[in-house]
Design a protein around this ligand. Sequence first.
Ligand SMILES: NC(=O)c1ccc[n+]([C@@H]2O[C@H](COP(=O)([O-])OP(=O)(O)OC[C@H]3O[C@@H](n4cnc5c(N)ncnc54)[C@H](OP(=O)(O)O)[C@@H]3O)[C@@H](O)[C@H]2O)c1
Length: 392
Amino acid sequence: MSKFQLKWGILATGGIAESFGRDLSVNPETRERNDIEHVVVAAASSTSADRAQAYLKEVSAPDSAKAYGSYKELVSDLNVDIIYVATPHSHHYQNVMLALEAGKNVLCEKALTVNAAQTEALIKKAREEDLFFMEAVWTRYFPISIYARETASSGTLGTVERTFADLAFSMPPETSFDPKNRMVNPDLAGGALLDLGIYALTWVFQSLYTVQKNPKPPTVVSAVRKWESGVDQQTSMLLTFPRDKEGDAHGIATTGMRCATDPDSNGHAPAVRIQGDKGELMVFHPAFRPTRTKLVLKDGTVEEKNWPQPGPGKGSGFRNGFGGNFHPEGEGMGMFWEADECAHALKEGRKEGKFESLNESLVIMKVMDEVRRQNGMKLPDKIETTDYPVDL
Ligand SMILES: NC(=O)c1ccc[n+]([C@@H]2O[C@H](COP(=O)([O-])OP(=O)(O)OC[C@H]3O[C@@H](n4cnc5c(N)ncnc54)[C@H](OP(=O)(O)O)[C@@H]3O)[C@@H](O)[C@H]2O)c1
């Protein structure tokens, strides 16, 4: 049987683009995906073709892969099937629109855009052009997330009444004064909410919203503490999910940059607690790449599971990670699961991801809009605009 080959064009060459590119080089058969393959056929850097060339080398792309010094050249490459957008979220709207206008399918990093109006405009454009478009919330596509959603919807926990979810790190207070740091710079859409809070919201949504037959958007109340630059340093959200039969469910999603979910970052502390009247499922830190769960039921059942990421294995020399922290040799980062979903969708002719519809991405973006509105957090106009094209 011939395999479906997906030809990737990588837009930007930063930290996450490197992790994603390295994961694309892992044979899908190592995770029992025998019908697809991925190949990086081109990459572009906003700074120079040399930088793009260096990136292609770093991710072991084939020698034939093209290196471009502008995003425009990349989206015009006829050999590219899908563009992976990995710029800061401030730039997603402009970059995704560029790719869609050029007739390319798109996988775009989280947060999909900085506001719901931009997400809505991109969804409209993708539908008009009949193109595939998906938010790269990689965690949704992990086997551990599939298990968690099944546990939440199967009745194992009884009726799920509430979910606590947190993603927070402890960064030094002087972080605030570095304008080059995209986490605190308003020009790069900095702040905890859009970068980290989206993972807390992901777990709240996938346990309380995605699993419902006809989910209704939640309401939210929130509290925020800001950095001096005006973007959020610590944000807490209380969401109410309306349900017809069982009564409302509550989601408590928190994020921050001063006080960590898991102080030693070794996965000792639960990041997520999905609770029903018969028991709870804990998912251990980090919420974006968890590898351990613990099910505790009222009847005395305690079930711990490990969810290691597959990969080429020990002795392969393969290593992947993010921000200088590498996982053990042979272990994938886990970004290939979302890439596989893109391949399967395009193979089957689907225009959206299976585990997070575009509508759900939009509902989550509306929640984040409302949190920003409640707390007076506005980004520069050129970042919030739906005008296109705008030079950033
Ligand atoms: N899925 C995950 O776990 C995960 C983890 C981290 C980040 N992310 C998301 O991925 C996106 C990128 O994050 P990152 O950590 O990779 O950021 P990064 O290391 O700062 O890289 C961003 C890249 O975007 C390009 N870029 C274009 N215009 C830019 C500008 N004005 N300022 C800075 N960079 C610019 C640059 O590449 P070129 O100049 O070479 O084009 C740069 O290397 C964000 O939306 C973030 O939320 C996701």
